[in-house]
Design a protein around this ligand. Structure first.
Ligand SMILES: *[C@@H]1O[C@H](CO)[C@@H](O)[C@H](O)[C@H]1NC(C)=O
Ligand SMILES: *[C@@H]1O[C@H](CO)[C@@H](O)[C@H](O)[C@H]1NC(C)=O
Ligand SMILES: *[C@@H]1O[C@H](CO)[C@@H](O)[C@H](O)[C@H]1NC(C)=O
Ligand SMILES: *[C@@H]1O[C@H](CO)[C@@H](O)[C@H](O)[C@H]1NC(C)=O
Ligand SMILES: *[C@@H]1O[C@H](CO)[C@@H](O)[C@H](O)[C@H]1NC(C)=O
Ligand SMILES: *[C@@H]1O[C@H](CO)[C@@H](O)[C@H](O)[C@H]1NC(C)=O
Length: 412
């Protein structure tokens, strides 16, 4: 989408939708924080299904029968007090780096990308409140990436989340509160994924179909829950350990060594039949600055650096079909974003509309695609920022958020 188109669209849509927003100022974090009236779990608290969230409860009821009950995890991915069979019956990545589920019916995790000589480029833990320098750099390189966003950060930093979409990055789910997923009861693990999907849809208008487990902590029970929510599990084979600097004896030199090792592998033919994914983070100034510092060397070592959806030829990474990504061929020929002429006619569906239920309960108009409008007047736990103000209005449709995304782009 051209800047002109974005600008036009933003102004046009805002004109229409501000009526719905009752004149609310949407141009700053502070203004957004003053808008109230929807229900999500408390930020940074482990998610649970909210007591009067009938939609979430119905969704959970519809899938719970298919979730294994004979698999249990460890509190923090630590196996020292756990007797877990060496044949790894639950395909527990934390234990064995297993990526091919043993439970029937689950697809393999994406741990590397099928395109040779290619880096599937992605960053965990955003959106970060001060990511503009990093995103500006990516834009200056016409480089798109896959952003694994934490729901709590999305609610804290909605404009930053919107920037990812308007910049042409792919957004995947990285749970609501970044817990060890195998430690959670199945219903709570569901809530960690479900409410993250709700949050990103609320703030940006898209519902991802991919997720990455925090700490890589996933087993077949958690995969089954993700799969029932139509989320593909994305993991990694290379780890920069950038997030760990300053702990466990990890230093900046360790991280440079990990980046260098990836470069060495790329240069000696390791990826000649299959590309790579490395774990890196949008976590703080150091991790983002290190990503920038190493980008030219990665660019020289790999033939292609693309978002993970692009490396998979997944041109429809979201439930909503009007946010396409380029195919691999399109991307490497320079078409790094796709203009979809139906963008301005954006529609949104709630999570419960997704393929496995086949029931379309909401569609089309800007006033019907909001989340949880009916459960918001009850005053129950809502997504509150530390300052106590919650973020988004329930009476605004998703096309408002699309417009806001465009505005977010303009105001950066
Ligand atoms: C769990 O139960 C399923 C059948 O319900 C069985 O196929 C599987 O082997 C069991 N897993 C473990 C680890 O006992
Ligand atoms: C390439 O280099 C890496 C890291 O130095 C090494 O582990 C790997 O075995 C090498 N692979 C080939 C195909 O030479
Ligand atoms: C974002 O990055 C800044 C700057 O490095 C850091 O101070 C802050 O803690 C980060 N915020 C989050 C939410 O990770
Ligand atoms: C890191 O912080 C410095 C100093 O504030 C700033 O100039 C730089 O742009 C930041 N880098 C990134 C990637 O955010
Ligand atoms: C992506 O599509 C291109 C063109 O159709 C094809 O050559 C390539 O093998 C596909 N890659 C994957 C990973 O599907
Ligand atoms: C554009 O969006 C429509 C639906 O909104 C979809 O059917 C179509 O495939 C999209 N176009 C491209 C090029 O992906």
């Amino acid at each position: 989408m051209s800047l002109f188109y974005r600008s036009f669209f933003a102004i046009f849509s805002l004109g229409v939708l501000l009526q719905g927003a009752r004149g609310a100022d949407r141009s700053s974090e502070e203004a957004e924080a003053a808008i109230t009236g929807y229900s999500l779990p408390s930020i940074w608290q482990p998610a649970t299904i909210l007591p009067d969230d009938a939609e979430a409860q119905a969704k959970w009821q519809s899938i719970s029968g298919s979730i294994p009950t004979n698999i249990s995890g460890t509190p923090t991915g630590d196996f020292s007090d756990v007797s877990y069979p060496t044949d790894d019956p639950d395909c527990w990545w934390t234990n064995s780096k297993c990526v091919i589920p043993k439970l029937q019916g689950l697809p393999p995790d994406v741990a590397s990308v099928p395109e040779p000589l290619t880096l599937g480029y992605g960053f965990d833990d955003g959106p970060n409140c001060s990511h503009n320098a990093f995103y500006d750099y990516l834009t200056s390189q016409d480089q798109k990436a896959t952003m694994f966003y934490i729901g709590s950060n999305v609610m804290n930093w909605p404009l930053e989340a919107q920037r990812a979409i308007t910049d042409g990055h792919e957004v995947c789910v990285h749970t609501w509160s970044h817990r060890y997923m195998t430690a959670l009861a199945s219903e709570d693990a569901f809530a960690e994924l479900y409410y993250k999907m709700q949050a990103i849809n609320l703030v940006t208008g898209v519902t991802p179909k991919c997720w990455r487990p925090p700490f890589g902590d996933v087993d077949d029970r958690i995969r089954a829950i993700a799969n029932a929510l139509d989320l593909q599990t994305v993991i990694w084979k290379y780890d920069s350990n950038d997030w760990k600097v300053g702990t466990d004896g990890v230093t900046a030199e360790t991280v440079d060594g990990n980046y260098q090792s990836l470069v060495d592998n790329a240069e000696n033919g390791t990826f000649s039949t299959e590309g790579a994914i490395m774990l890196t983070h949008e976590l703080n100034n150091y991790t983002m600055a290190t990503a920038i510092q190493w980008y030219p060397q990665l660019k020289a070592a790999f033939k292609y650096i693309v978002p993970i959806a692009v490396a998979l030829n997944n041109t429809q990474p979201y439930v909503e079909t009007d946010y396409p990504m380029p195919s691999f061929e399109q991307y490497i020929s320079g078409e790094t974003t796709i203009t979809n002429s139906s963008d301005s006619d954006s529609t949104s569906t709630s999570i419960s509309d997704s393929a496995d239920t086949g029931t379309e309960t909401q569609s089309g108009s800007a006033s019907t695609s909001e989340l949880k409008a009916s459960s918001t007047s009850t005053g129950q736990a809502s997504a509150t920022k530390q300052n106590g103000a919650s973020l988004v209005s329930p009476d605004i449709g998703s096309s408002f958020w699309v417009a806001l995304a465009a505005l977010g782009y303009l105001t950066f």
